[in-house]
Design a protein around this ligand. Structure first.
Ligand SMILES: [Zn+2]
Length: 235
């Protein structure tokens, strides 16, 4: 087993963790914003539903007042039936009462439809409210977790960097330079795993002899295609 190869492999693992930490450092504030926006939208939805219910309730009360007034009018007409002198007047009054009754029927129907609509909206509002309450808790917990992660990130990063520096000091200068250059040019992956005769860095089949040499892990070998340092991970 080549000691330099093992060192490089370990450093690469640390670099992968550093990259992941950096990614999270960028993503965490975005995720927090996303959660806050979601919560804001849920609040707005609940508020809108509540407002619409209020408007419809006012409309229902208005219609009920109109209906009461109309019924009052009918009563007055009905009491006048006994006072009229001519048949013509009597018929005219009857006609008016009939028309007014049609109107109240229509009003009652409208109020009923309105009440059903309000009932339906109340159910929607109730489930929106319950959903908001449960999401509120979940979002609060996730935000707390993100904040903890962010606040411990500095320490985590420092520990990773320290470990990387101390390992790099043990790597021969030339190999160190090669590694750093590859890391920069190959998207943070300087070491490629090798499996089933394939370089997993660029997915080409390695020449059979090179693959056999790589499995021995006795020397630093590189991929003829992507130049990454090869590390055999077993079958
Ligand atoms: Zn390759």
């Amino acid at each position: 087993m080549n000691r330099d190869l093992e060192l490089i492999k370990e450093i690469q693992a640390i670099d992968a963790q550093i990259m992941e930490s950096e990614r999270r450092l960028v993503l965490a504030p975005k995720r927090k914003e996303e959660l806050e926006r979601e919560l804001r939208e849920l609040y707005e939805k609940v508020e809108t539903e509540k407002r619409i219910i209020g408007e419809l309730e006012r409309e229902r009360r208005r219609k009920e007042r109109d209906l009461d007034a109309e019924r009052e009018r009918i009563k007055k007409h009905e009491s006048r039936l006994y006072e009229v002198k001519t048949n013509k007047e009597y018929q005219a009054l009857l006609k008016e009462i009939e028309t007014a009754k049609d109107t109240t029927d229509k009003m009652e129907e409208e109020i009923l439809i309105l009440m059903e609509r309000i009932e339906e909206l109340r159910r929607d509002y109730q489930s929106s409210l319950e959903y908001l309450r449960s999401r509120e808790k979940e979002i609060e917990m996730e935000k707390k977790r993100l904040e903890q992660e962010l606040s411990s990130m500095d320490k985590t990063m420092k520990a990773l960097q320290d470990r990387k520096s101390s390992l790099l000091r043990e790597v021969p200068e030339q190999l160190k330079n090669t590694y750093v250059l590859l890391l920069e040019r190959r998207g943070g992956m300087a070491v490629a795993n090798v499996k089933d005769g394939v370089c997993l860095g660029c997915n080409i089949n390695l020449p059979p002899q090179l693959f056999i040499e790589a499995t021995k892990k006795e020397e630093i070998l590189t991929c003829p295609n992507c130049s990454r340092i090869l590390y055999y991970i077993g079958e």
